[in-house]
Design a binder for this molecule. Structure first.
Ligand SMILES: [Zn+2]
Ligand SMILES: [Zn+2]
Length: 255
């Protein structure tokens, strides 16, 4: 069994075919998925998905790539997070790749999410791109280790992974780990403890090999598990079982 720890099945391209997506998950032994919120405007749809499907969970948060939209407050996030189907705060973090210029607002928003996660007692889903140093610094400054969470769609170095793990965070691998040229990332997937690892699709983006270029979906998460199994010389069942167990431990979600 496999769990997709990070997907966006409410996005156009996936939202229209919800029934088929859930059926294909079942066919691929993907038992659960976490539908991750990226803004407050679409949060009602994300929550509705988790309320209508017993094997879909949801998070609440505002993605660092979204500028000039409704800004979340600590109190607002905590209020949403009380809902039993909301298992995490995010996705949040820093992205200096997509956006440039004065990104102090991104760092402030990230701090807001960490404070909310600590208050709500729900783990963080952290997105970091071209900003590892600031991401780790803010995690330390805000005491993110008190609540923990996951570094999602991980593409950073082993050193960054180890620093996050030291703060009680899990490392989540997406389809990128299946890409032929992702050699450094494959080494991270070999090196970190299986007990700290999650798998995800980040669908509809980043479809793994052999589906590259297609619309990604939760059923494809087993290809991520297959690649990690190959890299570590263990069975895909073991990767599935461990990462699923890690998922339920981190998010305290009922299976
Ligand atoms: Zn992300
Ligand atoms: Zn995402």
């Amino acid at each position: 069994m496999f769990v997709d720890s990070h997907c966006h099945i409410n996005f156009p391209g996936l939202a229209e075919q919800q029934t088929a997506i859930l059926a294909r998950m079942k066919g691929a032994a993907v038992t659960h998925a976490l539908c991750v919120s990226v803004n407050l405007e679409d949060f009602p749809q994300v929550l509705a998905m988790a309320e209508s499907q017993p094997n879909v969970y949801a998070s609440v948060g505002v993605h660092p790539d979204h500028e000039g939209i409704e800004e979340p407050s600590v109190e607002g996030l905590v209020e949403f997070a009380v809902h039993p189907r909301i298992v995490a705060i995010g996705e949040t973090g820093l992205d200096y790749f997509r956006l440039t210029g004065d990104l102090e607002w991104q760092r402030e928003r990230f701090r807001t999410h960490i404070r909310a996660a600590k208050q709500a007692c729900k783990p963080l889903i952290i997105h970091t791109r071209a900003a590892a140093e600031d991401t780790l610094r803010i995690m330390v400054e805000e005491g993110a280790a008190e609540i923990g969470g996951v570094m999602h769609c991980f593409t950073e170095s082993l050193e960054v992974a180890q620093q996050a793990i030291a703060m009680g965070f899990y490392i989540s691998f997406s389809g990128i780990v299946t890409f032929k040229n992702a050699l450094a990332l494959k080494q991270v997937a070999q090196a970190i403890p299986l007990e700290q690892m999650l798998i995800e699709t980040d669908s509809p983006y980043l479809a793994p090999v052999p589906h590259r270029g297609e619309t990604n979906e939760p059923a494809f998460v087993r290809h991520v598990a297959e690649e990690i199994a190959r890299l570590r010389g263990i069975s895909v069942e073991e990767v599935g079982e461990m990462t699923s167990r890690n998922f339920f431990r981190l998010f305290k979600a009922a299976a």
